[in-house]
Every structure is written in C-alpha cells, then in structure tokens.
Design a protein around this ligand. Structure first.
Ligand code: SF4
Length: 886
C-alpha cells in the first residue's frame, strides 16, 4: 500500500462540524488533524475528533449482508427487504411500514430515505434520532419565524459582549465552539458569559455567572426576562412594531409572573435572577446559545419560544454578535432537517401540512403519491411497532434500543416485530441483535457526501478508505431497495453528487425567496465541482452569495413576513415523588459519543471515563450511605441500572447525572434510557430526558473487582461489570452481590483459559483480598484484583502491565501485590487524553508552582493539543490553590 494524498473531510461527531484533514500512511494507519482552512474550526479539533484515526479499524464491523444471522448475498438480502416491505404495504397500507434513521447519515442518504418513504411508499412514517436531539428547536423556530432557520453564525460567538448558554455544556458537547469562546474572551475580557444549567458543568469554568436552575425552570426564567425587558423599557420598539406580531399577548402572559414565583420555580436567588436580567437588558450584543437542556424537555418548544421572544423584543436577531443560536447535537441534524427527515416535515423545508407544498414536491419528484399527513414521531413510532400497527421497520445508522426513552419496551417491541431490518456499521449493537436482516453500511472515512453544521454550513465528507468487505453506502442500499420495489427511475442515482444536485434543485424549485432553504446555486453541480465543493452556508440562491446571518432585514417566512411572539406563561414541571425523590439528568461526557460504537474503540478516549457513573451531591450520598466509588442502584420502579458513584458538588442536592453512553456491550446494567419515561413535548414530540424521577440506593456489594485482560472477555459473571478498551487490551470493573467460594473460576473466565499459560494466585485471608495473574512466557495475559471494598489499585499502572515484559519474579510479585514498584507514581484518573496525563500528576505540578493551564501545558504537555481538558486542568489547579490557602 502506498501513502495517499491528504483528504479534506468533516468530523462525524457533534454539530460543530469541524473540518478534518485525514491521511492514510503506507502502513494503513490513519491520522487526522484539524483543517486550518475550515471556517468551523480553523484547525482546532477536540479530543474525540483528534482520536478518529483510532476508530476506523474493522473490529466489530458488519462486513456482509445477513439474513437470520447467516451471511447472504446483497441480491438475496435486498430482494427480501423490498418484497417484505411491498407485501406489507399491499396488505396493510403504507402506514404499516416505517423507517427510523439518524443524524449520523449524510444529507444524500437522508434525501433518498425521505424521498422513498414520503414520495413513493406514500407514508410519512420516517423519523430520526434527531427527534431526541433538536425537534423542539425546529418547532420553536417554525412557530416564531415561519421556518426552521438558525439565524446566527459561529463568528457571532466571538464578537458578542454577552453569551448566555442555556442547557448547554459546550465545553464537553461542542468543545471547539467552547474553545473559540475561550479564545475570544481572552482577547476581549469584558465579554460576559452566563451559564444556565442545573449542573455546574465544566462549561462553568468560563462563566461569569452560573445560574443553577431547577430542572425545566428555564421557561419561567425567560418569561420573567421578557417582563423585565418591558418594565425597564429595554425593548426595540421599532423592530417590534415593524417586524413582529403577537407581542402584546406575550407580554400579557408574562405579566402575572412575580418575583417570588420566579424564585420558586427557578430555584435561583432573587439577586442572581436580577443580575442576569440586568446583564441581558443592558447588553445589545447578546447571543443566547441553547441545546439539549432546552430541547429535551416536556416543555422544550415553549422554552425555545420563551428565549426567542426575548430576542425578538430586543430586535437582537440576525445581527453581528446578537442572535438566538440553537446548536445541534449531531453532525448532520441540520442536513436531516433540510431534506425533511422528521416525520412532520417535507423535503427542502416545505410543510407536509400544506397541500401546495405537498403538490409541489410530488410534481418535482414525479412521484406516484406523497404522504398526506405527518407520520409517527419516534416515541409514537416505537409504540406502533409494539402494538403491531407497524409490521416492518428499517432502522438505519442508529441504536434505538439504547438511545430511545423507555428503552426496555423499545427492545421488547423490536423483539416482537415481524420484520426488522438494520443497516449499520457495527455487527454488535443492542439493536442489531434483533434484526432479521442486517445490511453492512459504509462507515465514516469510506463514504462521501455532505453534512450541515449548526451554523447552516454545508461541508463535504470525503472518503479516503476503501469499502471493506461488501459494505455499501446507505444511499446505495436505499436506492437499490427502491428499485426492487418498482421505483427505479426516481432512484437511478449513480453518485452522491447526483443526489446532492437534485436536493439543491428541489430547494430552489418554485422558491423565489419564499422559503429559507435554497441552495439552487448547486442544482446542476458536476461530479468534479462536487469533489471540489468548499464549505458554504445556506441560503445560496442561484447566482447569489451565501448569507452568514438570517433575518437581519427583519423579514421572516410568515405570510405577513413578521416574526411571531408566542404567549407563554410560567411553568412548573415537578416530576419527583415521595417514592422517587431524586431528579435524574442524562447527557454526554467529554470523550465519548452516543452508544460507544466508535469512541469505545479508542483506548485513549476510554481513559477519561472508563465506566458508567452517577454524579451525586455529597449530601445525598451521605443520606444514602454512599461513598465515592461505591456502586449505586438508580431505579424508577419499573427499571434500574447499576453504576459507579461519583460524589461531586457539581451536582445539586436531590439530583443526579448519568451519562447516556453505556450499553449492554460495555456494561452489565447501565442503559440509562431504560429509566427515561416516554414523556414528550406535546408540540415537538421530543422526549424529556433531563427531568426524570428516580430513587437511589447503595448497591451492597460483598466484593469488588478490577481486571486488566489482553483479550476481550466473552462472558463476565458479575452483577456489575463495565468494559473499557485500554492499551494492550481491556479494563474490567466488577461488583458482586455475594462473595464466592471459588474466585479462580471467574479469573479463568476473564482470562479466557488460555493454553500454555501459567496462573499465579494470592489470597490474604485476613483482609479477604484475592489476586490472580496469568502469564504466557513474559507477557501478562490478565490480572484480577478482588477486595471487599472498591479496589484501590492504580488503573493506569495496572493497564501499563499489559504491555510491560514480566521476565522476573519480582515484577510478578509487584503485580500480584497490586503495587507499583518504588519510584513509580499513580498518575490518577486521566484528564488529558491526548498525552495521557492524570489528575495526580497535574495536582503535583500545581503544588510545585504551575499556577496556570499554560504552565501545566509547558510542564506536562496536558491541554496543549485539542484543549478539551483545559477546563478540568483549571479546576484541579483551583482545588490545589484552595487547599494551600486553608
Ligand atoms: Fe468533532 Fe469535536 Fe469538532 Fe465536534 S468539536 S465536530 S466532536 S472535532
């Protein structure tokens, strides 16, 4: 193999949409770096983006089509899918089938899926995991602007004087935007940042003011802000009069709200609220950034409109440094919106509920039909699978058994569904195990097309790796099924460029400025021009330039071209009960993505958090007799999970945080979405994943364990286990409800009973500690440490033993004793994934006088590559300073 020329492509993770330069060496090794010319990131990448090269191997890849768990040919698999879908439709009608797709798809894949379902099958039963991510923003935008338009751009974050972050842990979930803000604040120190979040997340590190709001208290806060803006005459009266409607009703709905109710419903002190209101009222250049903390709520759409109301009242919309700004979670959530990938949308931002739009799309597609009504949104779709209304379901590039609310019943629904097709990259997900037909899809690095980021910027994803096995791009798979269903002519695409051209042409079709989404400039794009396509922002009408901001002229996409205020009253959304008194909040961690199918492959990314956890406030921990590193059972009555306890003041009392990432592939019982009830926002259908009533209790473990093993264990016999990739193998955390007579059996299971291996064991009867180590020649195949309390062995040191030679008895004795040798230090939990720097090392450097993040970087390199850990480094320095001052 010869080395390839570098390829410019786009990161497949979050909605920032960073440009990447990927290189494949002659050895096949893939390295990535930030694209210095890409306007989203200008060369920066976060920890996840930087580690992409470690996730492109073929371990766990689905490489061949399978039917009933057996390899088959594409012809046989696609014939079966097409015939089962056709027969089901013929017998039960178009609404008896459904597609559940993903914000991970490229726009071209998404376009074809939507065209097939809405234009040719004739049902709108296509929904996407973006429903779980930003449907409330879509609904809010449409209610206010008449279109699903994000008005601002990333540059606004650098020129604003006030950034309000609502329900957005930017430092971990949109790290490069966070870094851009940090850099801007360093240059313009007067810039103020307000963080509104129940948790004191790492983003609080740059906040001048953190409002630890009660779950779902945001509606009340922004309704109160609207009232304050009017009372202090801080509104733009000309803008309101000329460019909006419904203001009087919105103000009247806010009028009843008094200061005491704001304090009660937000949980914030009056002075905090007042400080925020004054800052907002007095700062013309204000950007309000919002994401999942706003969207994932039973009142998410109202939260969005409460925020938009305040921007409309002040005329701060589509102006440099002044805009509301919804940031999307997924790499192509915006592309999915453009093609109408949600069940209640039509292609090219047209409206499924408008007959003229339906007729126009049908005419453009020359399709036999068009869906006449919105389809089932995600939660309702899986209910329909469960009760048999949907009889054939095709899931593409997503893992609903883990990511949907009510995940246990979603799994049950799939188990009982007559025909489930899953197209995926991974052969081992909790969803694909229920598929009758498995279709191997192309992965990032192998596929080609476009994605749109949060600022409406369309960028190319370009392939730089060959398709492995018999994997095919999603657009190809769906077009082939469409052809076999008899829709050949409309799906005779030969390339993503052809699909993109049709998508662009539809956006401009009979548009004439009536619709926001118009990329007509590319309606006839050639293959060569598509290859060379540079990132651009929409709209990009034929012959016109891109608009970085929308609505600066005060014209909106409503009939009267005026934006609409929404009359919204204060809200109280209590969920907790006496039996379930804690509020569970779910979300992401810094170094992992969704259900770990990709980031779980990277040992570097798995260092930061190697197991599922619940963050618990010290008061709650004490009340429940839970100590840091204990195991904790989180339950709702109908479901429970077992995770590690992290006791932290970042959490408010009576609330816990559990990440969304862990699945049955990586932990024994940590699928947090089994705890999330199917409660949705009534307008957007988006589930409420951040305000869930739960109970916690200590999981009484008789024994705890920790192991490092060279090979992934096939079976682990423990009530609690969690697996994480590490250098040279896997880390395994363990917890046991009862002690065992014979721990050697567990050790043999974990080590895989290798032949020609020697196992040595140690048992301290007094302290009930057991150790096992298994060697073949000088190589360690596995080590297991067991204790009656959480095992205190340094994880970093133990992992290092997997790749260290063990020639002498002394090294083996140190291992079995669970102690580093003299002079070796415990690095502590990994903070900087790029350089493998641990918390203990940073704390030690801080004690030696490294008082800034830059000084730590100079000494340890930590924080000098992707920068995602800088907030944590600053926290450790602050803690050391505090300790020194006491
Ligand atoms: Fe990828 Fe990180 Fe950029 Fe998001 S911020 S697109 S995860 S590199």
């Amino acid at each position: 193999m010869t080395a390839q020329q570098p390829t410019k492509t786009t990161c497949p993770y979050c909605g920032v949409g960073c440009g990447i330069v990927a290189e494949v060496a002659a050895s096949g090794k893939v390295t990535v770096r930030g694209d210095a010319e890409h306007p989203a990131n200008f060369g920066r990448l976060c920890s996840k983006g930087s580690a992409l090269g470690e996730t492109v191997d073929l371990d766990d890849r689905l490489l061949y089509p399978e039917v009933g768990g057996k390899r088959t040919t594409w012809d046989a698999a696609l014939d079966l899918v097409a015939s089962r879908f056709s027969k089901t439709i013929a017998e039960y009608g178009p609404d008896s089938v459904a597609l559940y797709v993903s914000g991970q798809l490229l726009t071209e894949d998404y376009y074809v899926a939507n065209k097939l379902m809405k234009g040719f099958i004739g049902s709108a039963n296509i929904d996407t995991n973006s429903r779980l991510c930003m449907a409330s923003s879509v609904a809010g935008h449409k209610r206010a602007f008449g279109s699903d338009t994000v008005p601002g751009c990333y540059a606004d974050l650098e020129i604003a004087d006030l950034i309000v972050l609502v329900g957005s842990n930017l430092a971990w979930c949109h790290p490069v935007l966070y870094q851009r803000i940090v850099a801007a604040k360093e240059k313009r120190p007067h810039m103020k940042i307000v963080l509104i979040d129940p948790r004191r997340t790492m983003t609080a590190d740059i906040a001048d003011l953190h409002l630890p709001i009660k779950p779902d208290g945001d509606v009340t806060l922004f309704v109160g802000l609207l009232k304050h803006l009017f009372e202090t005459d801080s509104i733009d009266r000309d803008f309101v009069a000329s460019h909006t409607s419904g203001c009087a009703e919105a103000v009247s709905a806010a009028e009843a709200l008094d200061a005491l109710t704001i304090v009660e419903r937000t949980g914030l002190s009056h002075s905090m609220v007042q400080r925020f209101f004054d800052l907002f009222a007095q700062t013309e250049k204000t950007v309000t950034v919002f994401s999942q903390g706003v969207n994932q709520s039973s009142c998410g759409s109202d939260k969005v409109n409460a925020i938009l109301n305040c921007h409309l009242a002040t005329g701060r919309i589509g102006k440099p440094g002044a805009s509301p700004f919804s940031v999307t979670g997924q790499p192509n959530a915006m592309g999915g919106r453009e093609v109408g990938g949600l069940a209640n949308m039509l292609a090219a931002h047209m409206d499924i509920e408008k007959a003229a739009d339906r007729e126009r799309v049908q005419r453009f597609w020359k399709s036999p039909t068009v869906a006449a009504k919105p389809g089932l949104k995600a939660v309702d779709m899986f209910r329909a699978v469960a009760d048999g209304r949907i009889k054939a379901l095709w899931i593409v590039a997503t893992n609903p058994v883990d990511s949907m609310p009510d995940a246990g019943n979603v799994e049950e629904a799939l188990r009982n569904c007559k025909f489930v097709v899953v197209s995926d990259v991974s052969a081992n997900t909790d969803t694909i195990r229920h598929a009758h037909v498995r279709l191997p899809a192309a992965a990032w690095g192998e596929k080609s097309g476009t994605v749109t980021n949060s600022e409406r910027r369309v960028s190319r994803q370009r392939s730089f790796l060959p398709l492995p096995g018999e994997a095919q791009p999603d657009w190809w798979i769906m077009c082939d099924v469409a052809k076999r269903m008899g829709f050949g002519a409309a799906f005779d695409f030969q390339s993503p460029a052809e699909i993109f051209a049709e998508h662009a042409a539809l956006s401009a079709f009979e548009n004439k400025g009536t619709r926001d989404f118009d990329i007509g400039e590319f309606g006839n794009i050639s293959e060569d021009d598509f290859d060379r396509l540079e990132p651009f922002q929409w709209p990009r009408r034929a012959g016109a330039v891109s608009l970085p901001r929308m609505f600066g002229d005060g014209r909106f996409f409503t009939l009267d071209e005026k934006a609409r205020f929404l009359a919204i009253g204060a809200k109280d959304v209590p969920r907790t009960t006496q039996a379930f008194p804690m509020t569970l909040n779910t979300g992401r961690v810094r170094d992992h993505w969704h259900t770990l199918t990709r980031t779980g492959k990277s040992q570097r990314l798995s260092q930061h958090y190697g197991e599922p956890f619940a963050e618990i406030h010290p008061e709650d921990a004490a009340r429940h007799n839970i100590k840091d590193a204990d195991l904790v059972r989180v339950s709702t009555g109908s479901a429970f999970i077992i995770v590690r306890a992290l006791v932290s003041t970042r959490q408010q009392p009576s609330s816990i945080f559990v990440p969304m990432h862990w699945t049955d592939q990586f932990a024994s019982k940590a699928r947090v979405d089994t705890l999330v009830p199917p409660i949705v926002d009534p307008v957007s259908g988006q589930p409420a994943s951040k305000n869930i009533a739960v109970r916690i209790e200590r999981f009484v473990a008789e024994a705890y364990g920790f192991a490092v093993v060279a090979q992934k264990p096939k079976h682990i016999d423990a009530e609690y286990w969690a697996l994480a990739k590490c250098n040279g193998g896997w880390r395994v955390e363990l917890g046991f409800a009862t002690s065992r007579e014979n721990w050697a059996t567990l050790a043999a299971d974990l080590f895989g009973e290798p032949s020609n291996a020697e196992t040595i064991a140690f048992h301290d009867r007094q302290s009930s500690r057991y150790r096992f180590a298994c060697y073949r020649d000088e190589a360690l195949l596995g080590a297991l440490f067991l204790a009656p309390e959480p095992v205190a062995v340094s994880r970093d040191w133990a992992v290092g033993q997997l790749t260290a030679p063990h020639p002498r008895a002394a090294a083996r004795f140190r291992l079995i004793a669970g102690r580093p040798g003299a002079g070796a230090t415990d690095k502590g939990a990994t903070v900087c994934s790029c350089f493998g720097v641990g918390a203990n090392e940073i704390a030690a450097a801080a004690r030696r006088g490294c008082g800034t993040v830059a000084a730590i970087g100079e000494t340890l390199q930590a924080g000098t590559n992707c920068g995602s850990c800088r907030a944590e480094i600053r926290t450790i320095i602050d803690a050391q300073n505090l300790e020194a001052a006491e």
